[in-house]
Each structure stands twice: as C-alpha cells, then as structure tokens.
Design a protein around this ligand. Structure first.
Ligand code: HSE
Length: 334
C-alpha cells in the first residue's frame, strides 16, 4: 500500500470534520485508490502534534473535543511549538492542508510549494490576493495547489472550471455564493428584522461568531474573485466591487416579494469585471436558493447555460472538497 503523508494545519470545525472523514473512510480510500493517507502532524493555535509514523485521528479528535486544545495531549505524543512555516519546513510530508482562517497563509503556502509539497486549502484570502503567484509556483515545482473547498464547499465548481470546460470560452458567471446571507434574507422574508435574523443564524451556527465577513459581502467577494481567476485571468479582491446585505431594508424585501421576486447576494463575474451586491431575482431562477445551498449559472460559447447547485457551507460538505483534494494531491505524490 502506498502512503501519503499529510500535515493538517488548523483543527477547528473544518479541520476536525476533515480528520473525521479521513478516519471513517480510510478503508474505502485504501480499497478504491490503493493509497493510505497518513496524517503525520496536526496543528491548532495551541501547538503541533507530530508523529512521523502517523497520528491516531480518533485520539486527536477526542483530545480536542475533551480539552479544546491539542496542547492538552501529553501522553504518547509530543506537542511542539511550531508556526505553520516551521511545520512546512520541518515535518516530512507530501501534502500540506490549510483549514485555517490565516490571512497571511499565502506565505507558508508558497514556502510549502517551494519545498516540493502540494497544498490543499479551504482558506480563501491566499487565493483572493495571491492567485497568480501561488499557481505559478506550483506549476514551476510540478506540485498541486488545490482549493475546491474555497468556493461552494464541496460542490465542485472549482474542478468544473479548472479541469473541464477547457474548450469553452466562459462568458459570464452569475452566482449566489454565501449561505449566511441567504439564510438572513430568507428569514427577513418571513418577517424577522435583520438583527433578529442574524442572531438566529449565529445561534444555529450558520453565521460565523464574527459574521461581518459574510454580511458585508467579503466572503462572497473572495469566492467571486477566485471564480474570475479560474474562468478568465488572475485578479485580486481589491479590483472588485462589493456591497453586502447590511443595508437591505424590510421594505425592499416586501417590494420584491410582491413582484414574485426574492433578494439574494448575487455575484456577477465577467471578464475583467466582478460585482457582488444584493439583487432581486425571480422566484423560479436557479439562483433563488434556500438554506445553505449555493448556485451558479455559467454561460459559455459552446454549452450555453450550465447550472451548478449544491451545498455551499457546512462541515461535512466542506470536508468533501478538502478530502477530494487531499486524495488528488496524494495520487499525484505516490
Ligand atoms: N460563511 C460561509 C457562508 C461558509 O456563509 O457561505 C464558508 O464559505
């Protein structure tokens, strides 16, 4: 059995969901792909657990769940004080997985690629600001830089634009890319105020503890920037126009409703032009998603209109994208 060694950086909700899938489906991955995925280091903000033979993921999950931090794990395992940059340099691994929110992570992504390691990330800012540099370095080193979970969680819009449609000219993408804002707008349609809807989203764990990135459109903006990089050419988040849902009034929601429409935070992506803003859309439009769904309408010269729709948030849904990329990177490495 071939083995792929993985450094997992980040052990919050997405990191734990990823470890959990790797644990539960390890036999399935071994039978299907002939590859054993061996997590040799796991880092959270308290420290890094590193074992070259491979970490028992069940125990790691238990320690984190029980004590809230990896550094509480004292028997059998050493806990090291390593920055992600140190992990990249010191831990022997073929694949580095970033499931953090580290805005400066592009620096250690770049370092990992320079070390000849493939990188898998669910973290958006590195791509929204450094796409050209990161993809260029990966190509130069002959390793993979994979980011399926950055847009629409595990719903494979990144793979679709990156690996398929290679003969098509994409003309435009229109998409709803943020679940929190969809939830808030739907609740407002049902009569809640913006504040009440936001509080409910936080209580249900849909919105982040600091939901400003979602509400102000920054999260959707990062995702739209990444789609532009994939479909057209690299740009950065600074070049796009973003307006969130903070100013959408109850009156606007009502007016849309009487016209048979609904308001969603819509990203419009065309060559050299990206805008994210609240927009009225017909109820029967594929973009009139509910709950944690995302949707995108991609228009191309050869295919015409293509719709991709599915989960855009959620833990196992995000782990779907991360794990798929780990397997892809692993198959390339062995
Ligand atoms: N906070 C995001 C959303 C999920 O609400 O869509 C992660 O991308």
């Amino acid at each position: 059995m071939k083995e792929v060694r993985v450094s997992l950086v980040g052990f919050g909700n997405v990191g734990r969901a990823t470890a959990s899938v790797l644990l539960k489906k390890s036999r399935f991955f071994e039978d299907r792909y002939g590859v054993k995925i061996n997590v040799v280091s796991i880092s959270d903000t308290s420290g890094t657990v590193w074992l070259p033979e491979g970490i028992d993921l069940m125990e790691a999950l238990l320690v984190k769940e029980t004590f809230g931090k990896l550094s509480a794990w004292t028997n059998d395992y050493e806990v090291y004080e390593l920055t992600p940059g140190d992990v990249v340099r010191e831990v022997d691994a073929e694949v580095v997985v970033d499931v953090t929110n580290d805005k400066e992570a592009w620096k250690w992504h770049l370092a990992a690629l320079k070390e000849g390691k493939s990188v898998v990330t669910s973290n958006k800012p590195p791509l929204a600001y450094h796409y050209r540099e990161l993809i260029g370095e990966a190509e130069k080193r002959g390793v993979l830089y994979l980011f399926e979970a950055t847009v629409m969680a595990g719903t494979p819009i990144v793979g679709l634009l990156r690996e398929n449609l290679l003969g098509d000219d994409v003309q435009s993408i229109e998409a709803v890319l943020n679940a929190t804002t969809t939830f808030i707008l739907t609740q407002m349609e049902r009569g809640l105020s913006f504040e009440e809807a936001l509080a409910k989203a936080q209580k249900l764990g849909i919105a982040e503890r600091d939901p400003s990135g979602d509400v102000l459109g920054i999260d959707a903006g990062y995702k739209a920037t990444i789609l532009h990089c994939l479909a057209f050419h690299p740009i950065t988040y600074d070049e796009i126009r973003v307006r969130g849902i903070a100013e959408v009034t109850e009156g606007e929601i009502e007016r849309a409703k009487t016209k048979g429409k609904t308001i969603r935070l819509v990203a419009r992506v065309e060559k050299g032009r990206v805008a994210v803003e609240p927009a009225e859309i017909p109820r029967e439009s594929p973009l009139a998603v509910e709950s944690h769904e995302n949707a995108a309408v991609i228009r191309t010269d050869l295919l015409g209109e293509l719709v991709i729709k599915g989960a855009g948030a959620g833990l196992k849904e995000t782990a779907s994208g991360v794990v798929s990329d780990i397997i892809k990177a692993g198959l390339r490495a062995v």
